[in-house]
Ligand binder design. Structure first.
Ligand code: BES
Ligand code: MN
Ligand code: ZN
Length: 477
């Protein structure tokens, strides 16, 4: 964890990041005439990150890059913050002060955000911590424009994102459905929101046929977690509902995945992690919004009693589904959660799921595939949040004809579509279980990375937390 705080002072011993421009007075912050001359030369040669290695400390100068718009500029600041993180860690620095010479709060915060997020490490299973642990543990912000509240919010959202990354990175032999629910209970205690966990008997009583069917191949029981944050001063009358896919491991079940597709499938609860950690963040920040989170959780395995292709399932809402591919399990557990969500009469429901390889194939790790029945206004607000935090969303069509691909003579629906539009047919399947404004986010592309890029590490990225925190923090009466 990296702490982020404000500071009033800058001393000649501090490691510094000077966020400035060609006209900034770098001499004032301890650069010699010669160093300042070097910096000016570098700026003229269009360098944006200039690294000065002094005897006692290191000074990094960052000159804003000229991007097409403010959101892209902020993303460049995050990326530069991540580079700075690497440079200071290489120098074994523990603390860095970011000095906001340009008097620009959002850019300074973005730099700190990229620096802190880039500093994340998953060390649970590493023995020799001394050699590998990043030295950087504290970021100080020296700025006349950045407020204490903004720093607190940044710290919260960075922590929540890192908690989501860690939940995703924990393997299923340490994090099964019951343990995932326990993690949510811990988050609720720490941040102050209510957590209820339904066990298998309760899930059976509720006749959640999708969740129970997926769980049949497992020896571990399923869980269904309900999280609620309801502040007295909530601006919304009807709650926002967040639903996260909590497949703690997806082998594909009897429709077994090949090794190369299975080896990252501990990530299949990234939607659930995003939901739990978003609740954590909004509760910690005390946002004035009433939010409910639902997480159906199980692993998907080809055990002795596993559901088989051809099985007909009766779902929580009474609909029947012909299950023709055991690897299309996410939609089955989400369907039960979405129909359960009806009782809350939500203002808007958003589900997050590593649902289809098709979504990842369509847009890669660069964005989130979205679709749904919510009106334009809600979609636009979410798209705006996506641009602000650079977790961009791309809306896919939900034309009626795609629904035809789910038709079967045996039951009300089958759980797979045809060979095309796999992300959309999955969304069409879910739509049948919603009866309120709803947005589906397929995060299969950005949730888990084969290698680090920018301030996102290899493995779990925590995608969704920053997006939803931003979205929920701009809601008004
Ligand atoms: N969890 C997978 C989707 C996935 C793939 C997530 C790659 C992250 C990275 C999901 O349960 C799945 O297996 N989907 C199938 C659906 C198909 C059988 C209709 C897929 O995408 O192949
Ligand atoms: Mn699957
Ligand atoms: Zn899955």
């Amino acid at each position: 964890m990296t702490t982020i705080k404000s500071t009033q002072s800058v001393t000649p011993k501090d490691n510094l990041v000077l966020i400035g421009n060609a006209k900034s007075d770098f001499l004032k912050y301890g650069l010699s005439e010669a160093e300042a001359g070097f910096v000016n030369k570098q700026i003229k040669q269009d360098e944006h990150i200039i690294n000065i290695n002094q005897y006692q400390r290191r000074i990094l100068i960052y000159i804003a890059e000229d991007k097409k718009n403010e959101n892209l500029t902020l993303e460049a600041f995050r990326k530069a913050g991540n580079k700075g993180c690497g440079i200071f860690n290489a120098a074994k620095a523990e603390e860095v002060t970011i000095v906001d010479l340009n008097k620009n709060a959002s850019q300074t915060l973005a730099f700190a955000e990229g620096m802190a997020l880039g500093n994340y490490q998953f060390l649970h299973f590493k023995k020799d911590l001394k050699k590998i642990t990043h030295s950087l543990n504290s970021i100080l912000i020296h700025s006349k424009k950045v407020s204490e509240k903004e720093i607190t919010y940044l710290q919260i959202v960075v922590d929540a994102t890192e908690k989501a990354r860690t939940l995703v990175n924990e393997p299923v032999n340490y994090l099964n459905a019951v343990q995932l629910a326990q993690e949510f209970e811990k988050l609720g205690k720490e941040a102050g929101f209510k957590v209820d966990v339904f066990n298998k008997a309760k899930i059976e009583a509720l006749e959640m046929g999708g969740l129970l069917a997926v769980n049949r191949g497992s020896i571990d029981p399923p869980t269904f977690t309900i999280m609620e944050y309801k502040p007295k001063h909530a601006v919304n009358k009807k709650p926002y509902l967040l639903v996260g896919k909590g497949v703690v491991y997806d082998t594909g079940g009897l429709s077994l995945k090949p090794t190369s597709g299975m080896d990252t499938m501990k990530c299949d609860m990234a939607g659930a992690a995003a939901v739990g950690c978003t609740l954590y963040a909004i509760a910690k920040a005390g946002l004035p919004v009433h939010v409910i989170g639902l997480v159906p959780a199980t692993d998907n395995r080809p055990g002795m009693n596993a559901y088989v292709p051809g099985d007909v399932l009766t779902m929580h809402n009474g609909m029947t589904v012909e299950m023709l591919n055991a690897d299309a399990e996410g939609r089955l557990i989400l369907a039960d959660a979405l129909s359960y969500g009806k009782r809350y009469n939500p203002e808007l429901a958003i589900d997050l799921a590593t649902l289809t390889g098709a979504a990842a194939a369509a847009i890669g790790k660069y964005g989130i595939v979205a679709m749904g029945t919510a009106d334009k206004k809600e979609f636009n607000e979410l798209k705006k949040s996506g641009k602000r935090v650079n977790e961009r969303i791309v809306e896919f069509p939900m034309w009626e004809e795609y629904g035809d691909l789910l038709k079967t003579e045996i039951a009300d629906m089958k759980n797979i579509g045809g060979p095309v539009a796999g992300a959309i047919t999955a969304g069409k399947f879910l739509e049948k279980f919603t009866s309120y404004p709803w947005i589906h986010l397929d995060i299969a592309g950005p949730a888990f990375l084969d290698s680090a890029y920018d301030y996102k590490p290899k493995g779990g990225t925590g995608v969704g937390v920053r997006l939803l925190f931003d979205f929920l923090s701009v809601i008004k009466k």
